[in-house]
Design a protein around this ligand. Structure first.
Ligand code: P6P
Length: 335
């Protein structure tokens, strides 16, 4: 059994000039993940511990779990001092840490602290998504918006925590994708999925078909392709949509598949956030041999202009992403 801590140190030895600060940063994420996991696992005991926004039996303020997760990950990042600032789906503006150690931090972190949190009330898996960059602004200065508006290909680390039937931390630093499963009996993340590779083809598609009417024609054509009766090509495919990006992506990573969130009537720019949902998941997908695009461009090549900007999103097995891109390009040309 190899723990996440041991694995991080072992991998750090592969980089002689490594200062250990990225390792310390990943260690802070590991700690926050355990704290959030403990709280999520209690969510079902609302009647005893108090509902979100109420007070628990000890009279403590009971925070909504996504607010709770946001606070815990922010606190862990600030305490460890390797990160000079954080941007979060839960925060309108980025947070500039003021401590001297933090201002000397080499990295910035963007996160969705609890993606899919509406699923918690019905006991469905949710996740934390994180993305790490080297800062652009000078060490010792206060972090700037420019530090956060970097294209996805500049990420130096990304990952997610999935709070599911088991709790896993899956991350990449650009040298493959590795998964660790929390052993709750000893509170340690143990290496369970080393060097994960996403099958280049799959038979699972994940999309909210309730938005079908307003999908781009190319997406409608692709769904028809997935549903055609072609046994020799393993079609029709299987539809699996959990309503939690981390959960749908994690399953597709292991089994092969595609997750799609195109433009819709209610989300004309797409729903998913480029910086702390699309880019980190795209980094993992590419490192595992998959692909991620906005239907036309590689997601990680998009130059961000706003912290919370959205994008149409297609991520998963390379052949499946390329197939939907083909349908989209053909429809653009002829419609
Ligand atoms: P819809 C959760 O809010 C999320 O960002 C993703 O995790 C999930 O895949 C998607 O939105 C669900 O959105 O519109 O299908 O409910």
């Amino acid at each position: 059994m190899k723990t996440l801590g041991e694995f991080i140190v072992e991998k750090q030895l592969d980089f002689p000039d490594a200062s250990g600060s990225l390792s310390a940063l990943l260690g802070a994420i590991r700690l926050a993940a355990k704290v959030v996991n403990r709280e999520i696992n209690k969510a079902g005991l609302v009647d005893i511990i108090g509902s979100a926004g109420g007070e628990n039996v000890q009279g403590e303020d009971q925070q909504k779990l996504d607010v709770y997760a946001n606070e815990k990950f922010k606190a862990a990042m600030e305490a460890r001092g390797e990160v000079c600032g954080v941007a979060s789906e839960e925060e309108e503006e980025f947070i500039a840490f003021q401590g001297t150690k933090s201002k000397n931090g080499k990295y910035i972190m963007l996160m969705d602290p609890l993606d899919g949190s509406s699923n918690i009330d019905v006991n469905v898996s949710v996740g934390t998504i994180f993305s790490i960059y080297k800062r652009i602004s000078p060490i010792g200065s206060e972090v700037t918006l420019e530090d956060f508006l970097q294209p996805g290909y500049k990420q130096i680390a990304a990952g997610y925590v999935i709070y599911g039937s088991s709790t896993m931390l899956v991350y990449t630093t650009g040298n493959g994708v590795h998964g660790f499963t929390l052993d709750p009996s000893i509170g340690v993340f143990c290496l369970s999925h080393q060097d994960l590779k996403m099958p280049t083809q799959g038979k699972i598609y994940s999309i909210n078909e309730g938005n079908y009417i307003k999908f781009p024609l190319g997406v409608k054509r692709y769904l028809k392709y997935c549903q055609e009766q072609v046994p020799e090509e393993n079609r029709p495919y299987t539809s699996r949509y959990i309503g939690s990006l981390v959960s749908d992506f994690h399953r597709n990573l292991l089994k092969g598949g595609i997750y799609m969130y195109p433009t819709t009537a209610s989300a004309p720019e797409g729903k998913l956030r480029l910086l702390y949902e699309c880019n980190p998941i795209a980094f993992l997908a590419e490192q595992a041999g998959g692909k991620a695009s906005d239907g036309e461009r590689r997601i990680m090549d998009i130059e961000p202009t706003e912290l919370h900007q959205r994008s149409p999103y297609f991520v998963g097995s390379t052949e499946m992403v390329e197939k939907v891109e083909q349908f989209l390009s053909e429809c653009d040309r002829f419609e």
